[in-house]
Design a protein around this ligand. Structure first.
Ligand code: IMP
Ligand code: MG
Length: 203
């Protein structure tokens, strides 16, 4: 395996292939941020035209994976918003397949009437975003949208089909790290998205 420039050898050990480079991510995230903002703007005008109240925009990033994505995304969104992170986990430790979703921090409970945008790193089995959408919709927000950096294509279908309004990139069904995505808590700080090499031995 060749070395990846700018990454120390320990980090490059299992990172095999850069799938989406830093500049490509920056361009696309900016584009999607602007698109979301335009859609929110259009929604506000439509609500005003109908004489209905315009709910506040609340972003709900799913930590820890959405940390990098949301911090770039919001800087391409010139929209008045608040940010209410939620901590969910479906890949405890060194697992690379979904283990069932756990809510570790409370889901925000005051979303009634809000225009909610859930932001996550990747749509994989669909369990995480499916659960979150249900928990948020139960609070009767004015609207709910989901934005993800990556959609993993699943030729054999997802455990749960979830509607995702905004997706920056589609990737094949393989395990990836970087730009917020981790393997066993590591590699989140890589500035690009890369496929893992051979399965690492935990510990
Ligand atoms: P889902 O519930 O299976 O859709 O999984 C969603 C969560 O699993 C994401 O928010 C990620 O944190 C994590 N995940 C899924 N696929 C990957 C991957 O390829 N690399 C790193 N984390 C992943
Ligand atoms: Mg996640």
């Amino acid at each position: 395996m060749g070395r990846i420039r700018g990454v120390c050898s320990a980090m490059a050990l299992f990172v095999q292939r850069v799938l989406i480079g830093r500049d490509e991510i920056a361009r696309r995230v900016d584009e999607v941020g602007r698109q979301i903002s335009m859609d929110l703007e259009r929604q506000s005008s439509e609500l005003e035209r109908r004489g209905e109240p315009v709910g506040p925009v609340v972003l709900v990033p799913v930590l820890t994976g959405a940390l990098v994505f949301v911090s770039d995304l919001i800087r391409s969104m010139p929209v008045s918003m608040s940010i209410r992170p939620v901590t969910l986990s479906s890949y405890p430790g060194a697992a690379t397949t979904s283990q069932g979703v756990t809510v570790q921090g409370g889901v925000p409970t005051d979303l009634r009437g809000a225009r909610v945008l859930v932001v996550d790193d990747i749509l994989d089995s669909g369990r995480t975003l499916g659960l979150l959408r249900r928990l948020i919709e139960a609070q009767q927000p004015q609207s709910v949208g989901i934005a993800v950096l990556l959609t993993k294509l699943k030729p054999s279908g997802r455990a749960e089909e979830v509607r995702v309004e905004y997706s920056c990139f589609e990737i094949g069904d393989e395990f990836v790290v970087g730009y917020g995505l981790d393997y066993d808590g590591l590699y989140r700080n890589l500035p690009y998205v890369a496929a893992m090499g051979e399965a690492p031995v935990a510990g």
